[in-house]
Write a new protein. Structure first.
Length: 150
């Protein structure tokens, strides 16, 4: 199993993964499947298939910035629903992060001396020293160079 885990981790490197919009779409697909069990309409099968294809295309996408922007628009639209109903439909209290990292938002801290940033090119997490001021960062994964104040 360890070999498969390593293969899958390498496969997902640089890909977007799951986010709040994908979780919501999966819930919608599940609801459509349950409704289809009772109604048996062919169109509901096609709707379910289309939603699942969209979820997997978003999850395996390498265009991290575009998927992040889509998720941010979804969060902005759904903010009123999430605030009124407490924690929403299971996606209200988590951060707006992506991937299998438990909702990493890209600007959190790992410890008292370092800050975690996201590369704007590939979305990889980068650990930089806190309080270093305005620094130039080069991503070891994709080679993108950018400046950040930490």
């Amino acid at each position: 199993m360890n070999r498969f885990s390593m293969w899958f981790a390498n496969f997902m490197r640089g890909r977007y993964g799951m986010d709040n919009l994908n979780r919501f779409l999966m819930i919608v697909a599940l609801v459509v499947i349950v409704v289809d069990l009772f109604l048996r309409w062919r169109i509901l099968d096609l709707v379910t298939l289309a939603i699942l294809i969209l979820v997997y295309c978003r999850m395996f996408s390498r265009n991290v910035n575009a998927r992040y922007q889509e998720n941010q628009k979804f969060l902005a639209v759904s903010r009123n629903f999430r605030n009124k109903s407490g924690n929403g439909v299971g996606f209200g209290k988590r951060s707006s992060g992506s991937g299998f990292n438990g909702g990493f938002s890209g600007s959190g801290t790992q410890d008292a001396t370092h800050k975690i940033l996201r590369c704007p090119g590939c979305g990889e997490k980068l650990r930089v020293p806190k309080g270093a001021g305005n620094i130039s960062i080069s991503c070891p994964h994709c080679g993108t160079k950018f400046q950040k104040k930490v």
